[in-house]
Design a protein around this ligand. Structure first.
Ligand code: SAM
Ligand code: SF4
Length: 558
């Protein structure tokens, strides 16, 4: 038995059981109980800072500074700490990161943790992005992994690439299917919802639960260092429920567990479930039962708290288990009743998400301004139309005119950092029946060559010449120009899609638009001998990535 002094100058009795024997494990320990009587039986351990994706909401665009590998917890240290926590009453451990599967010793680590099930651990979980998971999954399950959360924010492979800045959609879906096939009982999909980016995906995910026994959980977008959080991108869960119910009818409300941060629902008759992790608009810290260990070995008692104590240093200094338990207990006792409100948090410093490795924190609804809870107040989004505004930097404005005189001017990009940027523009030319038939039958081709190929080359050349055509456009070195044209029999049209990439200081929307426009003009030119009744229409940018405003996707993409 240890006696420790707390902040409040009173003494707490701590039953510090540092033995690893199951028989001596106390049934109740107050080491992990804080001063608000919250008992912490859930430990989330971040086992790496590395990741094979670059999700825009998690990772700062410029990347993160990785700790030297010596600073990170070694497998033995993780197992040592895990055992200590289990002995004090932790019954659930979740491995997270970074991406836990990129750790080379992940299977041995899970084996070691799985062995703690003989010492009181009931559940061993992992949150993974699924990219490198499928092949390792059977061994992980064999080693004791029983609960899996896979992060997937969209069912559209292209949007996946935009949101994660990497390819790999099929691998993630493959990992989810594998987990279901292996009979894992609680396969969960974590979907961070961002307005104007993937909020339309909730409908697709609802459909996804029809035949799959998975639990898709929509997570409200949270602010962390470097993720450029802004309230317009947050979609309150109530709005999402309304949207889903407008298409699927009333959802069945399911029971939630005592410490559950998820509100569970189900489309009647569907196999899977839908959940809402309402961290931002409807939460409280009152039932929080989580503690976290960061990859560099700090204990973090609150996701949004900045207080951290290095357990790694204590282990390396050769402190005894009793001393470690004392420090852990003291940290737990300092846990605040609740953390600050969302706006305050958004402006505060915290680790980037990737360095904490978590979802789900409860907020007091009292800390959320009432207007945030109403959907209409959030209607204008980051989909920037550039109107003029001299005062509010968040207001859309015309960037190519002087805010005071209205005169045209080029935007200075001299001090900007180059980033990878991509834009996609689409458009079509609709032809009368007869001309379309000619095009289809290749009759027009024979007059001036293959129309679509010529149009494609014209589009590519045009993209390169954009800065010569549009006066205030900066010249850019383009890394990729991909112009595709195809016939659509139903619309009697030639459809065009142009994707342009660069690693530069300004975006490539104008290049993509120019490519599409000129490709379609070329079709017009080559068919005008047959008809002049052609209509070029619907030329527009449908998605873009990179730059300060981050990824954007049009709501009107079918
Ligand atoms: N790499 C793993 C993954 O993505 O599943 C584990 C680590 S990741 C930091 C853990 C979870 O945090 C993921 O489900 C991710 O979607 C979520 N997350 C990251 N940034 C977030 C944010 N700004 N708001 C809400 N959830 C976020
Ligand atoms: Fe990597 Fe997970 Fe963060 Fe995405 S959410 S960047 S997968 S750690």
């Amino acid at each position: 038995m240890l006696l420790i002094n707390t902040d409040h100058n009173s003494f707490y009795t701590i039953y510090a059981n540092t033995s690893t024997e199951p028989s001596t494990r106390p049934t109740t320990s107050n080491v992990l109980t804080d001063t608000y009587q919250r008992h912490h039986d859930y430990l989330r351990i971040s086992i790496t800072e590395r990741c094979n994706l670059r999700c825009t909401y998690c990772m700062p665009e410029e990347g993160i500074q990785l700790s030297p590998s010596d600073n990170l917890l070694k497998k033995e240290e993780i197992l040592h700490l895990a055992k200590l926590f289990v002995n004090q009453g932790v019954t659930k451990i979740r491995l997270t990161g970074g991406e836990p599967t990129v750790r080379p010793d992940i299977i041995e680590l899970v084996q070691g943790l799985g062995a703690l099930k003989q010492h009181g651990l009931k559940s061993l979980a992992m949150t993974s992005n699924g990219i490198a998971l499928k092949r390792k999954l059977p061994a992980l399950v064999e080693a004791g992994l029983d609960t899996l959360n896979v992060s997937l924010d969209t069912l559209d492979p292209h949007l996946f690439e935009i949101m994660t800045r990497r390819r790999g959609f099929d691998k993630v879906v493959g990992a989810i299917d594998e987990a279901v096939k292996l009979g894992m009982p609680h396969v969960k999909i974590n979907t961070v919802v961002m307005r104007g980016i993937n909020d339309q995906e909730v409908m697709n995910f609802a459909a996804y639960t029809k035949d799959r026994p998975v639990n898709v959980r929509f997570i409200e977008y949270m602010p962390f260092d470097g993720n450029k959080w802004n309230q317009n991108k947050l979609v309150p869960f109530k709005e999402l429920i309304n949207r889903i119910e407008s298409m699927y009818g009333k959802l069945d409300k399911l029971n939630d567990g005592a410490n559950d941060t998820t509100k569970h629902f189900q489309v009647p008759g569907y196999k899977g479930k839908l959940g809402f992790i309402t961290s931002m608009t409807d939460h409280f810290c009152g039932t929080c039962n989580r503690l976290r260990i960061t990859a560099d070995g700090n204990i973090k008692v609150c996701l949004f708290g900045n207080t951290e104590v290095s357990l790694r240093d204590l282990i390396r200094q050769g402190k005894t288990d009793e001393e470690l338990v004392e420090v852990i207990s003291s940290a737990v006792k300092k846990k605040k009743k609740q953390h600050a409100g969302m706006f305050e948090l958004a402006s505060r410093k915290n680790r980037p998400m990737i360095l904490i490795g978590v979802v789900k924190q409860r907020y007091s609804s009292r800390t959320i301004p009432a207007y945030l809870l109403s959907a209409p107040a959030m209607q204008w989004t980051h989909q920037r139309a550039y109107y003029s505004s001299k005062t509010d930097p968040e207001e859309p404005r015309l960037t190519h005119t002087d805010p005071h005189t209205g005169e045209a001017r080029m935007v200075s990009v001299t001090d900007k950092t180059p980033t990878k940027r991509e834009a996609k523009a689409v458009g079509r030319i609709v032809l009368p029946n007869q001309a379309y038939k000619l095009l289809r039958d290749n009759q027009v081709h024979s007059m001036k060559g293959n129309v679509l190929t010529v149009a494609q080359i014209a589009g590519i050349q045009a993209a390169k010449a954009t800065s010569n055509l549009i006066p205030l456009c900066h010249p850019l070195l383009l890394g990729l120009i991909d112009v595709r044209l195809w016939l659509d029999d139903e619309k009697r049209s030639v459809e065009c899609e142009s994707v342009v990439q660069t690693s530069g200081k300004t975006g490539v929307e104008m290049e993509a638009l120019t490519a599409t426009s000129v490709a379609l003009l070329t079709v017009y030119d080559m068919c005008k001998a047959a008809t002049k009744e052609m209509v070029i229409q619907d030329i527009r940018v449908v998605s873009k990535t990179g730059g300060k405003s981050g990824p954007w996707k049009s709501d009107n993409v079918k």
